[in-house]
Structures are given as C-alpha cells and as structure tokens.
Design a binder for this molecule. Structure first.
Ligand code: HDD
Length: 715
C-alpha cells in the first residue's frame, strides 16, 4: 500500500472530512524517516565498531532525537489542563428576528463543533477535581467562518477589566518562590489579592459553591459570561447572554470526595467524558439565550457591560434555541485538544461584541497567546483550527506556512489578479461591525455603574438551599484556613460580612477569629477608589430577591436520569447470584453501569454455584469513583465484612451522601455499622432477594444524585 492517508470512515460532517485530509494511518506501512526513507534498524545507532562511539553521520538517530527534543510546546498560560470532543450543534427555531448568523437561521444545518473543557489554575498534568472554574469553549465551524464561544461553567468573572487579568492569574497560580500549591486557590497570594478586590465577591460565591467541583464535565452548565450582541439583517442589535444547559442536569461531588478522587484518579473527568462518548452515551447540552433589546440597556440596577453581573433568569428568561451533541472523541490529543486555538474574537456576521472592558481585553489576548504557544501566525492552518468556509486573503508566509497561494498578486486593490480576492458587500455576507454611536472622552476610568459588588453576591448566596449555603461556608473555611496571614483572613471576613453576616460569622467561627468590626467600608484597591470616596463599592441593595435558577439543588435533573452513572456492587465469594443479576439488569435497563467489585479479578462463585465475572478489586476501586453502592445478599457477607477496604468503601459512600442499597444478608453489614443511622432515607434495604421494589426505589433515589440531607445526621 503506497498511500498511508486513508479517509476516516466517520466522515459524517464537513469538519471531519476536512480533518481526514491530515490523518495518517500506519497499518501495513514501513517505518520511515521524516523524509520517507525506510528504516532497517530502529534499535541501534550507527557506531564506529560494536562498542565504539556513535557517529554524527547517523541521520536516522539525529532526526529521531531532534524531533523528540522539540516535542513539547508551552502549555496554555491558563486553562492548561483540558479534555475535548467533537460534535454538532442543531438549531430548533430560526433566530432570524435577532441575528443574521446563518447557523442560527437555518434549522436544517448541522454545524460541526469542537468543545474543550478545562480547569483554569492547574498545569497540564494537574488533577481534574481541583476547586476551580471550568472552561467551556465551543468552536462552531460555521459555513460563514469560525465562531468561538469561549465561556466558563460560571456566568460571571472575578474582575471587571482585563487590566487586572495578569494580576488575578499571578495571584492564583502556585506562588512564584516555591511553586506551591498546584491547582489550588487555597493559599495566601490568591486570597490577598481577592481580599483587596471587592469586585470579585460575586464570583467568589460561585467558586466556593459546589459548581467548582462538578461530578462530570457532562453535568455542568456553560455560560458565555459577557453580554454579546445579536445583529439582524436590518442591522438592529439586541444584547444576548449565552447559556449551555446540560441534559444530565448540573451535579457536584462533595469536597472531601473531590480531594480523594484527586488521589485515586486525577483523570476522573477526562476519563468520564472519554468513556461516555466511547460507549455511545453522547453528552448533550441545550443552548439558551437571554435576549435584551437595545432600548433596555439601562433598565437594570446593574450594568450589562459588567462581567461580574448576571442577568437573573427571573428578569429575562432563557429561551432554548438548539442543542449540542458531543459524539466523537479526538483521534490525537496533541493535534486536536492541545493545538486547538480558541478566541472570543472569532465571530461571524450576526454576532458582535459589546464594550465590556474584560471582553475588549480578551480580544487582544487570545491571538497573542497563540503566537507564543503555537509559534506562528499560521496557527489557523493547523487542521483543528481550519475553517470549513472558503478562506482567501493576501496574508502570506511566516513560519510553517502550509498554503501554497498561487499567482503573483498578494495585495489589494489589484488589477493583475482581476481584483481577487474581492471584498464582500454586507448582503453578500461581508462582516460589518455594529455601528454603535460612541461619543466620549478618552479616559482611564471605570464606570460608576460597575460599583455594586455585593448585591449579586448576596443574591447568589441567598438563592441557595441551606445545604448549599453550608457548603459555601465550609469551602471558605477550608480556603481561608489554609491562608497563613491573619490580616488576609480578617479582610475576607470583613468582605463576607457585606454579603451575609451569618456566612461571615460561620467562617469566622471556623477560623477562630471574630468578624472585624472596624471595617465599615470595603477596602477597594481594584477600581481606583480615591480619598474622596469616589467609586467606593456600594452596599447591598435591600430589594434583593431570590433567583432559584442559581441553585443546583432547586433545579434537579429534568428527567432524573441515571444514565451513565456507575454503581459499585460490593461482592465476595458466596454472594447471591440472583440478587446481583436482578439489580444489575434493573440498573442497566435504566442506563447505569453496574461494576462488580470483589477481592480478586477473574470470577467469583455465587452461593448458587454460578461464576460471576469481576470488574475491579477492592485494591483498585474506591467509593469516590462511584455514584452509589449495592450490597447483594448471600452467605458471602461474612467474607465481605472482613475486608478492610469494604469498611472504608461504605463509610465514604455514606459520608459523601450517596445512596446505598442492600438486600437480605447484605443489610447486616449496614446494621453492624453503628455510624449508619437507622432512619436514613438514603439507605435502602430489603430482606428479600431480587426485590423489584428495592431496585425501583434505588433507581429513583440515584436519580436524585445525592442524599445531602444526611449531612445534618453526620454533624
Ligand atoms: Fe480566557 C484561555 C475563558 C478572561 C486570556 N479563557 C481561556 C479558555 C477559556 C477561557 C475557556 C481556554 C480555551 C481553550 O480550551 O483552549 N477567559 C475565559 C472567560 C473569561 C476569560 C470565560 C472571562 C469572562 N482570558 C480572560 C481574560 C484574558 C484571558 C480577561 C486576558 C486579558 N484566556 C486567556 C489566554 C488563554 C485563555 C491567556 C490561555 C490559552 C488560550 O487563551 O488560548 O489568552
């Protein structure tokens, strides 16, 4: 076979066909050098005699080692750790009234997408379960060019102006003198900065909430964060906020669990996404928009241009306009996930920016960073970054140029090339920026309308259930407990007190210091507050209402599905085979995965004498890697109760508020454990083998994700 480039059978969309052009397949091929010379010996370098020095002449060795030496590129300065997948976006109803973007007008177009999820602070090899914001970046390969929606799993941001971004990131990254801690915000420099930046308080509430420790990348919301514009054919503009709503609901793990997962499987999220797609359980999100007419720009008591504010869904409802399905894992992590280059400035006609000062700064940063990360202004030619729309211009040359532009003309206007490539009129699809009128002085200032730093932080906190509020207080107690400088802890307590005095008091109790009384005004070094009180942050407005949409627990999964959930079956020799089989079948029928855990791999023999294949041993499996446990009946229970890891398994499952089901003899192991409360509704028990009622109620319970009420029982 001469040609090793063969088309991928999965060429279902235009982007996949485009990527196929660059794929290579080594089956039935000779090993060659980069120049195509067949290699005869890939084990030994060329030497002067068997024991002699290697020869400089060895072009095969030199090429191999040189390439290896240059394999690494700089990791992303933020969002270094990521996982990505291919898929498509489908529109439900035409949005023509608001935007002329083709992919949002035509419901018959399936737009290919590539989506990368990430943590922000950690390095490329850090843990998935860090308490952190998650990046949620979507590249739409539209027929009119690339649109990147480069968002996060939280709808607001820490800072209001891009000028502060390097400071924020320097503060959160490992401290520069000793490179500690990795992928964690619980250290002095982060909280030093935050305690001096009251504008970050709303985002801090989100990051200290369970949103920062998702159960899965498939179970998080996504947000465009900034207010963008939709522009229609009549050149009318509406403000728009983008939302991604996961079909599987928004779920989190417990903080103690997150820390343990980091040890047991630091690739937990990466693997979860990969396996779900690999097994055909394609994750889906619906795209929602909040649309605000231009005339309402100044209607709200916050500024639409301020990225530390959200638009409560109760004020402007989210309209669902389409869905995104991720249905293909990348073929090569480096070529696709690592080299993909997102940019909020990649927009298409029909979508435009607003004057949000954070967004404006981002418009510069992303191309700039790709230049150092990917090494050339030709990064748009890397297959994963290549548009599927026709692309012609007079940009030329540069490192690693792939395109062979023909002809002698590389300028515009020209007559020698017949005027080509020519400009597009607006009705031919040419991009024209929205002609917003700007009449202003050049000024290095922040708008007074950005000064309310506490109202929405309080709105978020007040909208949470009591359980979620406790989690926020606990997270703050953990983070500030790791801060060594007492003055920083005190400053933070002062700021928390502006949000909610009970929250501040709870955290203060854990830190063993009082909430400082002396701080009457928040210290604000962020927006250039001056001695005259100019631009001082305003206090919480009294007219704050609750916004149920901000709570995860008030918004359970639409369908309460248990699809793709992993349930551990705690087994040993002599387990009841019918008990295992009946529950396994019931869970599988509901889309969940039953994982048989036993003392050894291979098979175990049930009390009926049948062989049951084992998936994992107690040395490998851990409660934190599962969504719930089932303890089947059978005489094997004696052996099971003697296994050290089983006790830890049950304890962790219980402490992390997961659902437990046990049948017949299996219930004894729970009864013998004094710390499992008898009246716990999250522990389902039946004395009957293969009890249908038990499996039905277990499936229903698992759909609730967690029995968080147990936390109170554990106090
Ligand atoms: Fe950013 C990467 C999201 C503010 C500068 N950002 C990056 C990624 C996401 C976001 C999801 C990873 C993309 C990928 O997977 O490759 N960033 C955000 C959001 C922000 C935000 C939602 C606020 C609303 N970012 C922000 C500011 C700046 C940057 C204010 C600089 C002024 N961001 C970058 C960057 C990165 C990046 C340095 C690193 C790697 C990259 O761009 O490609 O340019």
């Amino acid at each position: 076979m001469k040609n090793s480039k063969k088309p991928n059978p999965d060429n279902s969309d235009e982007k996949q066909r485009d990527l196929d052009l660059n794929k290579s397949h080594a089956e039935n091929q000779f090993l060659t050098t980069n120049q195509g010379v067949k290699i005869n010996d890939n084990n030994n370098s060329l030497k002067s005699g068997e024991r002699g020095p290697s020869l400089l002449e060895d072009f095969i060795l030199r090429e191999k080692i040189t390439h290896f030496d240059h394999e690494r590129i700089p990791e992303r300065i933020v969002h270094a750790r990521g996982s990505a997948a291919h898929g498509y976006f489908e529109l439900y109803n035409s949005m023509e009234k608001y935007t002329k973007a083709g992919f949002l007008n035509n419901t018959s177009i399936k737009t290919p997408v590539f989506v990368r999820f990430s943590t922000v602070a950690g390095s490329r090899g850090s843990t998935d379960l860090a308490r952190d914001v998650r990046g949620f970046a979507v590249k739409f390969y539209t027929q009119e060019g690339i649109f990147d929606l480069v968002g996060n799993n939280m709808p607001v941001f820490f800072i209001q102006d891009a000028m502060k971004f390097p400071d924020l990131i320097h503060a959160v990254k490992p401290e520069p003198h000793n490179e500690i801690p990795q992928a964690a915000s619980a250290h002095d420099t982060f909280w030093d900065f935050i305690s001096l930046m009251p504008e970050s308080m709303h985002m801090i509430m989100w990051v200290m909430s369970d949103r920062a420790i998702p159960r899965s990348l498939r179970m998080m919301e996504g947000f465009g964060v900034h207010t963008f514009r939709f522009v229609n054919k009549q050149n009318e503009s509406h403000f728009v906020k983008f939302h991604w709503k996961p079909k599987l609901g928004t779920h989190a793990v417990a903080w103690d669990e997150a820390q343990k997962i980091s040890g047991k499987n630091s690739d937990f999220h990466k693997q979860d996404l990969w396996e779900a797609i690999d097994s055909g359980n394609f994750p889906e999100w619906e795209l929602g928009v909040q649309i605000i007419p231009e005339s309402d720009e100044h209607k709200y008591d916050f500024d639409l241009l301020d990225p530390t504010k959200l638009v409560p869904e109760e004020l402007v409802p989210v309209t669902i306009i389409g869905k995104m399905v991720l249905n293909k894992n990348p073929d090569n992590f480096f070529a696709e996930t690592e080299q993909v280059a997102f940019h909020p400035g990649h927009i298409v006609p029909g979508i435009d920016f607003t004057n949000d000062p954070l967004l404006q700064g981002r418009l510069f940063s992303y191309t700039d960073t790709q230049l150092s990360r990917l090494g050339s202004p030709n990064f748009h030619e890397i297959p994963i970054n290549r548009t599927i729309a026709p692309m012609h211009n007079n940009q030329r040359d540069g490192h690693m140029r792939q395109e062979i532009a023909t002809g002698k003309v590389s300028y515009h206007p020209n007559s020698l090339g017949g005027g080509c490539p020519f400009q597009a009129k607006i009705d031919e699809g040419g991009f024209a920026s929205f002609n917003e009128r700007i009449d202003a002085h050049k000024i290095r200032e922040r708008s007074e309308s950005f000064s309310d730093h506490f109202s929405q932080a309080a709105l978020f906190y007040n909208s949470q259930t009591a359980i979620e509020q406790d989690h926020i207080a606990n997270a703050l107690s953990f983070e500030l407990g790791k801060v060594e400088t007492v003055a920083i802890r005190e400053r933070m307590l002062g700021l928390l007190n502006f949000i909610n005095s009970e929250l501040a008091a709870k955290v203060a109790k854990s830190l063993g210091i009082p909430v400082p009384k002396t701080i009457e005004k928040p210290i604000n070094h962020g927006v250039g507050a001056d001695d005259n009180g100019h631009h001082e942050p305003t206090k919480v407005k009294q007219n704050i209402q609750n916004s149920d949409a901000l709570s995860m627990l008030k918004n359970p999964t639409i369908s309460n599905t248990i699809a793709t959930r992993q349930i551990a079956f705690l087994c040993a020799e002599g387990v009841n085979g019918d008990s295992v089989k009946a529950m396994k079948t019931a869970l599988q029928n509901a889309g969940a995965k039953a994982v048989i855990i036993a003392p050894h791999l291979g098979t175990i023999v049930s009390e009926e004498g049948t062989e049951i294949p084992v998936d994992q041993t107690y040395k490998i499996a851990a409660s934190v890697l599962f969504d719930g446990i089932f303890i089947p009946g059978g005489k094997g229970i004696d052996a099971l109760s003697k296994i050290k890891e089983v006790k830890e398994f049950i304890n962790d499952t219980y402490n992390h508020c997961k659902f437990i089901a046990a049948e017949a003899e299996g219930t004894q192991i729970l009864k013998n454990k004094g710390d499992i409360k008898e009246k716990d509704a999250g522990v389902l028990q039946s004395e009957t083998i293969a009890d249908k009622a038990l499996s039905t109620s277990f499936i229903k319970a698992l759909g609730r994700h967690r029995f968080w009420e147990r936390e109170k029982m554990l106090e």
